[in-house]
Design a protein around this ligand. Structure first.
Ligand SMILES: Cc1cc2nc3c(=O)[nH]c(=O)nc-3n(C[C@H](O)[C@H](O)[C@H](O)COP(=O)(O)OP(=O)(O)OC[C@H]3O[C@@H](n4cnc5c(N)ncnc54)[C@H](O)[C@@H]3O)c2cc1C
Length: 389
């Protein structure tokens, strides 16, 4: 039987493990944490990510957990529109706990999940099936999928020139449950994005569905380093920084509890690895998800790209047999995914420059460009992506 080891049970690893298992592989999924658990936040699924998930598991029940999202436009902190809202659906929003539940349900019985297993070593070489280990146990497989996130041990060994660096932003996320929301119509439920000088606030309604979490997800971004203070103090700081911003920003922050807050340092890989596949014996190792292309969150594309990676790997290597067929499939994966990730990272960097703009002239240029730039960034190469046949 064809064997795969998937390292990391985040969104990328769970998606890939389930996809390979449904293609007939025996999969061992290794996770360093003691349990597989989602952070209590949410995610925007752009059409490319949604299509990838649907192609991987048509029975995944995605419409049950993901709410359609209208384009809520962009405003200044005083409420003045920079880009008008459009009724047209742009993507969908999903609570991460619902998404993890769906992906875990999709693992089936061909995936052996081992938690508390931190991979610290990987051996590759001509004539050698790749072997991962944690210092006590070694596991050999035809295919190793490195889905171990931005600090990937496997990438550090196989592509040491690519390192995780700070992007110059800190971010805070939270989901405010529906029962705590102020009941003003057209308020938090509407969602949208607001750009200040060095600050950004995005709110995303999660809908009010019988299946899954509802409420409103928000994400605040500030230029600068992550804060060392306690969550309660950081929440106070956020309320101060965003004081006076148009509704519903203040209302959402007021309805947030310190325990809801998930502070994140925003980091990225620089430069991207030049290759995403490393042949070894009759198979090899591939990089996938943040291990391959971590980027700032401004376009909300990190996880969507991970789902694309998984769909591409399944399509190219799902039916391949160890030997020349599998090696060629992994090389094809690298050839397709590396330029795609590089394109999306370039677009994300343009959006980072928009968020970072300071000074009167830079802000005027930002506001003038936003109307053209935003639709192109949000719909251009992203909407066009379809899973490979
Ligand atoms: C603030 C913010 C907002 C975002 N919003 C969006 C959005 O709206 N839409 C979107 O598409 N993307 C978004 N992203 C990006 C998205 O969250 C990430 O791209 C995605 O979660 C990465 O998933 P992953 O599985 O590759 O990595 P991770 O989630 O980091 O998972 C890696 C897993 O591997 C495990 N692991 C690590 N090392 C080892 C080891 N040595 N051995 C075994 N296990 C190991 C970890 O414990 C973890 O479970 C956002 C990111 C941020 C920071």
């Amino acid at each position: 039987m064809r064997t795969a080891v998937v390292v990391g049970a985040g969104l990328a690893g769970l998606t890939t493990a389930g996809a390979l298992a449904r293609s007939g592989w025996h999969v061992v999924l290794l996770e360093s944490a003691e349990r597989v658990a989602a952070p209590p936040t949410a995610l925007v699924l752009w059409p490319n990510g949604r299509r990838a998930l649907e192609s991987l598991d048509p029975d995944g029940g995605w419409s049950m957990i993901a709410s359609p999202l209208a384009d809520g436009g962009v405003r200044r902190p005083d409420g003045q529109w920079l880009v008008a809202p459009r009724a047209a659906g742009a993507g969908s929003a999903v609570h991460l706990e619902d998404l993890y539940d769906a992906l875990v349900a999709g693992l089936g019985d061909r995936v052996e999940v081992r938690t508390g297993f931190r991979v610290t070593t990987i051996l590759t070489g001509p004539g050698l099936r790749p072997v991962v280990g944690d210092g006590r146990t070694e596991i050999e497989a035809d295919l190793v999928v490195a889905a171990d996130g931005i600090d990937s041990t496997i990438r550090r060994i196989l592509a040491p020139g690519s390192v995780a660096v700070g992007s110059g932003f800190a971010a805070w996320q939270a989901v405010v449950p529906g029962y705590r929301l102020p009941s003003r119509s057209g308020g938090p439920a509407a969602g949208g994005e607001t750009l200040g000088v060095g600050y950004r606030f995005v709110s995303v309604p999660l809908g009010d569905r019988a299946a899954g979490h509802g409420g409103v997800y928000w994400i605040a971004t500030a230029a600068g380093a992550p804060r060392p203070e306690s969550p309660a103090t950081q929440l106070e700081l956020l309320r101060r920084w965003f004081a006076g911003w148009h509704p519903p920003v203040g209302e959402l922050l007021a309805a947030t509890h310190a325990g809801d807050l998930v502070p994140r340092e925003v980091r990225e890989l620089r430069p991207l690895p030049r290759a995403y596949a490393f042949p070894s014996g009759p198979g090899g190792v591939v990089l996938l998800g943040d291990a391959a292309h971590a980027m700032p969150h401004h376009l909300g594309q990190g996880a969507c790209l991970a789902f694309e990676d998984a769909a591409t790997l399944r399509s190219l290597a799902g039916e391949a047999t160890p030997g020349a067929g599998l090696t060629a499939a992994l090389e094809a994966y690298s050839r397709v995914r590396q330029p795609r990730a590089a394109t999306v990272v370039r677009q994300t960097q343009r959006m980072s420059a928009v968020v970072r703009a300071r000074g009167r002239l830079a802000l005027r240029a930002r506001d003038a460009a936003l109307g053209h730039l935003r639709p192109r960034l949000l719909s251009g190469p992203f909407a066009e992506w379809s899973p490979p046949a």
